[in-house]
Design a protein around this ligand. Structure first.
Ligand SMILES: NC(=O)NCCC[C@H](N)C(=O)O
Length: 425
C-alpha cells in the first residue's frame, strides 16, 4: 500500500499516513458483506455527562466510561473477527487536523460561536493554537470545561468567562459522536454529510465534513448531501436494495430533508425509488432504524407494534429536471416489496409479545448491524429478539450493552459502513 505525506505548517508536524492514494468506498445495500466501517470509541466526552446535562445531551443515564469502552472494544473486535476494517473517527480527525486548511477551518468554526464574545474568543484561540493535532481532536470531541481553559493574570478570561456558570462548557462536548450512523452516510460511491436536528449534535457534522473533504483517504469523494441543507439524519436512511432507499421522517429527519435527499440522489443517478416513511415523533422511535433494520436481502427485523401500521409515500425519479412523482400512502411492507421487486419482504418480529417487544425495541433490539446476508450484530440483552432471528436462520453475534445502551442506540447506530460488497449485478 502506498504511503502518502501530509505536511502541516503547525509546529512543523509531519506525518506519514498508511493510506493508499485512492480507496474506493461503496455501499448500495444494508446487507452486502461489510468491508469497512467508521466507529467512534467513546472517550472523555462521555465523562462530561452529569444528571444536570444528560437530558439535553441526549443520554438516558450516566454511563460508566471504562465499561462503555470495554463494550465498544468488544464490538470492534467482533467486526474485525469477521474481516471488517474498522476506522476510528478520532484517528481520522487527528490526521485531518494535520492538514493546515482543515485545522484553520475547524478552529474558526468553534471560535465563531457568539456565546464567546471577543475576549474569551481570543483566549480560546490561544488555547487551541498550542495543541497538536491529536490534542486538538480530543478537545473538538470532548469539549473544553470552564476550568480547563489556560488563563494567566496578563491574559484574563474577561466578562463572559467570569459570569459563566462553572458547570458550563467553553466548547460543548459531543457524546453522541458514538453514533456515527447519524452524521454521515454513503450511497453508492458518494458520501452524504447530514444535517442533524438536535442542538446537542449539530457540531458533529463539522468534524465528519472536514474529514471527508480534507483527509487523504477521501480525496476525490463527491458529496450527495451537506449539513447546511434541510434536516436529515443517517439513522433514518435505509438502503433497502440497490436503487431503492427508505427515509424515515419524524423527530429528526423532516419531510423537507427527505425531499431534498430524494432530489440530490435522483440527480446523481444513485436511486430510482425512495420510500418516505412517517414515524412517531417520540424518543423511542427517533429514527427509522429504531423500528426496522435489514438482516437479509429480503428480510427485515421489525417492531411488531408498528409493522402493520407503518405507511410509505413512494417517490419516483422524474425525467430530466422534472419534479419527482409522489404516490401513496401505501402499507410500508407492500411498498417496499414492490420497489425491491420482491413478492414480499420476510418480517422477523422484535420480541414475542407486545410487552417484551416494547422493552426490546427500547433497548435497541431492532437496531442490528448486518455484516452480510443472514449475519448481524445485536445487543445480547434482547434475548427474545435474538432468538427470533436465529429461528429465522439469521446468525446473531451478541455484544454487551449495559453502558453503550444508555445513549439509546444499538450496533447500527454506532456504525457507518463505508464499504460493502455490491449487491448490484
Ligand atoms: N440511529 C440512531 O438511532 N441513533 C441513535 C442516536 C442516539 C442519540 N442519543 C440521539 O438522541 O441522537
Amino acid at each position: 500500500m502506498n504511503a502518502i505525506f501530509i505536511h502541516s505548517c503547525f509546529l512543523g508536524c509531519r506525518q506519514t499516513l498508511p493510506y493508499a492514494a485512492i480507496v474506493t468506498h461503496y455501499v448500495d445495500s444494508e446487507v452486502g458483506r461489510l468491508g469497512t466501517v467508521l466507529l467512534h470509541r467513546p472517550g472523555p466526552e462521555l465523562a462530561r455527562l452529569t444528571p444536570r446535562n444528560n437530558d439535553s445531551l441526549l443520554f438516558d443515564a450516566i454511563p460508566w466510561v471504562g465499561r462503555a469502552q470495554e463494550e465498544h472494544d468488544a464490538f470492534a473486535a467482533a467486526l474485525r473477527g469477521r474481516g471488517v476494517e474498522v476506522l476510528y473517527l478520532a484517528d481520522l480527525l487527528a490526521e485531518t487536523l494535520a492538514v493546515d486548511e482543515a485545522r484553520a477551518e475547524l478552529t474558526a468554526e468553534v471560535l465563531r460561536s457568539p456565546r464567546l464574545g471577543d475576549t474569551l474568543r481570543a483566549r480560546v484561540a490561544d488555547h487551541l493554537a498550542y495543541l497538536d493535532p491529536v490534542a486538538l481532536a480530543d478537545v473538538l470531541i470532548a469539549g473544553l470545561a470552564h476550568e480547563e481553559l489556560r488563563l494567566s493574570p496578563e491574559r484574563p478570561g474577561g466578562l463572559v468567562y467570569t459570569l459563566m456558570d462553572r458547570h458550563d462548557f467553553v466548547i460543548d462536548p459531543l457524546p453522541n459522536l458514538l453514533f456515527t450512523r447519524d452524521s454521515s452516510l454513503w450511497i453508492g460511491d458518494r458520501v452524504g454529510v447530514t444535517s442533524l436536528a438536535m442542538p446537542a449534535r449539530r457540531r458533529e457534522t463539522t468534524l465528519t465534513d472536514a474529514i471527508y473533504r480534507h483527509h487523504p483517504r477521501f480525496v476525490g469523494t463527491e458529496a450527495v448531501y451537506h449539513p447546511h441543507l434541510e434536516h436529515l439524519e443517517g439513522g433514518d436512511v435505509l438502503l433497502l436494495a440497490p436503487g431503492v432507499l427508505a427515509v424515515g421522517v419524524g423527530e429528526r429527519t423532516t419531510p423537507a430533508g427527505a425531499e431534498r435527499l430524494a432530489r440530490q440522489v435522483f440527480a446523481a443517478g444513485l436511486a430510482h425509488t425512495i420510500l418516505v416513511v412517517p414515524i412517531a415523533q417520540e424518543r423511542a422511535t427517533m429514527h427509522l432504524d429504531t423500528v426496522c433494520t435489514m438482516v437479509d436481502v429480503d428480510a427485515v427485523l421489525m417492531y411488531p407494534n408498528v409493522a402493520n401500521t407503518l405507511s410509505a409515500y413512494t417517490m419516483i425519479a422524474g425525467a430530466d429536471g422534472e419534479d419527482p412523482r409522489v404516490d401513496g400512502p401505501a402499507p410500508f411492507l407492500r411498498a417496499a416489496a414492490d420497489a425491491m421487486d420482491l413478492d414480499q419482504l420476510r418480517v422477523i418480529d422484535t420480541g414475542l409479545d407486545p410487552v417484551t417487544a416494547e422493552r426490546e425495541q427500547w433497548d435497541d433490539g431492532n437496531n442490528t448491524l448486518a455484516l452480510a446476508p443472514r449475519l448481524c450484530v445485536g445487543y445480547e440483552r434482547n434475548v427474545e429478539t435474538n432468538a427470533q432471528l436465529e429461528r429465522a436462520g439469521i446468525e446473531v453475534i451478541p455484544i454487551a450493552s449495559s453502558e453503550l445502551g444508555s445513549g439509546r442506540g444499538g450496533p447500527r447506530c454506532m456504525s457507518c459502513p463505508l464499504v460493502r460488497d455490491p449487491l448490484r449485478g
